[in-house]
Design a protein. Sequence first.
Lengths: 771, 167
Amino acid sequence: MAEMFSYIGKPIPRKDSKDIVTGEIKYLDDLKFQNLLYGKVLRSPHAHAKIKKVNKEKALNLKGVKAILTWEDIPDFRGGTPRIVRVLDNKVRYVGDAVALVAATSSEIAEEALNLIEVEYEVLPAVFDIDSALKPGAPALYDEYPDNILPGGTIIYGPNCLKGVTRGDVEKGFREADVITEGTFGYENIPNALPPETVGAIALWEEPNKVTLWATTQAPYMDKVTLFHVFNRQLDIRSIGVHCGGSFGTKIMCWQVQSYAILLSMATKRPVKVVFTKEEHMANFTLRLSSRINAKVGMKKDGTLTAISGTWYVDTGYYSFTTQAQVAVGSGELMIMAQCPNWDLKNYVVVTNRNASGSTRGFGGQELKCSFIPLLCLAMEKAGLDPFEVLKKNFVKPQGGYYWRDGNWYNFRGIDFSKAMEEGAKRFGWKEKWKGWLNPTAVNGNKHRGIGVGVHGNADIGEDTAEAYVQLNYNKTATLFICAVEHGTGQKTNLAKMVAEVLKIHPDNIRLTPADTLVTPFEFGPVGSRGTYAIGSAAINAAEDARQKLLEFAAPKLGAKPEELDTKDGVIFVKNDPKKSISWRAIGNDRTILGFGRFEPDYTMCNCMMTFVEVEVDVETGKIDIIRIVNATDVGQVIDPLGLEGQLNACLGSAGIDSAIFEETVLDKRTGHILNANLIDYKWRTTAELPEIENVVLETPFPSHRFHAVGVGEIATSPGPSAILMAVSNAIGRWIYEYPITPDKILKALGKISSNKFDTHSNEAFKATGR
Amino acid sequence: MNNKQKTINLKINGEFYEFEIGEKDWQIRPHHTLSHTLREVLNLTGTKISCDDGACGACTVIMDGKAVLSCLILTVECDGKEITTIEGLKDPKTGELDLLQKKFIEHNAFQCGFCTPGMIMSSKALLEKTQHPTEEEIKEALSGNFCRCISYYQVIKAVKAAAKERR
């Protein structure tokens, strides 16, 4: 059982909770500025075109318009991976690409000005999916990459960034297999994580090269780093994080909107706010990756994997920011869930003329797994194996290992998750409900029930560096200097709890600085599930360092050695003689005791989530209801029980489980327009239809930091979608391969309606074979 | 444009306001939504705008006892109305939080918090109208409030707890 802690694991209200429930908390669009201008973006109506001419004259004559910028007005500032995407270009590459930026005294005037800008385009042929982009002679989005394939790897993961998985001898592996299955499967519905707060930035320019930036971001320090490069390493950026209204990974991709605000502020010398409308958020901001694999898997009769080979095609839309990073992490995550001696998994990152895909909770692994697990299901069916047993067997164990994002091999030193998986199966009733492949669990008239299971694990829990300072104050409080933005996980309070536990003072006596790069040291941002271990370690180390300095300061005053001392409730005392003590007041108001903490990346451990689902399919209407979900995980040590429950319930939201049933971004492949870029036509789950969720959380101590905890929140969404596919296939007795499983797909699979040749969703690429 | 000077009177969070309608900078324009006026004129930014299209419930306020979407209502239509926003729930004198607000904190019924004011206002309107709502009634009342963090489960617990404690 876990250690006894004063604050860790206790349900202490979040520090921001009162401000949240009273509406007092300030998100970006709630901030007020003197002299503020409003920025708007003129967007392309064409999917692919050259800009021949722009006439700004009429728009500039509109009263209140202060600046209009096109590609001709700004230097060659570029972002993306590789850095080929101009902030404003003379070519547009998707419907909605930025053509011009306007700053005006009100958003209404800025909007009106957009209508007065005259643009002459030379329309070019466009490609809207992987097949057409890779056809010989297909129109190229970038001159640098005429085949529409971007180079692999990302600079931030180092020179040997994982670009695919090659290991052992796949030919030998397939020879050893008892069953082999092969086929093409995809997860190509590009759902949107869709946080409620839209995307935006406010910039204030100061001559000659300084800018202060407030943004909807989950990683303000990395924004500073990214923008430094975008602006040709000549800009001194102060990045201030604001309370973030949801991100789910997407808002680490805000460099474009931030660049717009900065450029308009440079041009006007006034603060400029650019906030996307919800329609822009949905049509011009991060979607999930579109993923498809053509692969082959070999397996022994007992479920042991012998070989995995194939090609993973990733459609990133019109550019990549994090896609190669997601390919690296996703590939490593597949190795974590599918321990196998022989691999040959290649990949291609393909550009197409649609809105960009990128960083979203699940970060490549969800997308790859949603494509891979249907193939694995066919192998399990052939071998007559229970998927729960196969997934449990093949998930990384202490003697196992994997390649991770930097291209290095890591021997796994985490815990065996089998216990959590078994506990989940027990609570779900898996053994009783499992009736074999393509067999419903129960049939009641038109209602067929089926079950499915999925698993996911991510070694990002210890990724990237983090730094923090802890300052001890003579009023028995401490200040945590850290560049952390609250984006919903309760992380800032959790960091305070960790510092409080080290210093033995109440979390109420720990204050956090704003996330302001002028004030705090470096912190990568709460991406993946790194908050608890990586960021937590920096805060813990800073607190321990400050505590050590405090004890060294007090030692001569108490006539003892520092190691003979302890501190609690703002009092330093001799451990063997607690009456000998002095208060933190002895620090004085003219002294600073400052500790520094740093975390170095550690990829030797991962988290794990197994998700069990039971669905009910109406075979007359094709409607699917999720009846029950059980999530099973082991987190080492719970930090915040209620926050954890919320994170795990989130399996439904942010383009998670529901991306298997109804969530999709509908792209018209004739015009390149997104047809459902609003909250009415994009389907989302409401309280009216909530399945039962049970979260099974074990606490087996991890060799992480002093609290033995690891983060898990990010991966809640990831195991679910493929589990739904499995459950629905079992319920109706037919394989379903395509996301999302809208009612028409059920009825088609059952032969109740014929294929509709006008159906833009149907993708004939999906087919499977095997021996 | 408006030759005839026109004013409207509203009561918001217990305070009386009189607005001129017109096209001048200091006037309420005929096309301004209530959510815009609350946020931009009165600085009541607790009312959130997410879709600005009547689909997500983030801008929910209570008007004459009913939960309404302030992004779908023009301010000029609100003459004589009594409006409560999230800022109006706590006791103006003591600062004590409304029972629902307390229960939302107790049950950690939020993650990013952006939908929370709308969730609380929808819940408040329900509890004003229905003393002892069933779980189905709570779910129905909140079904127009978009949350992507899936705070729904903890919100329902919080509303149930508030309803129970009020008995």
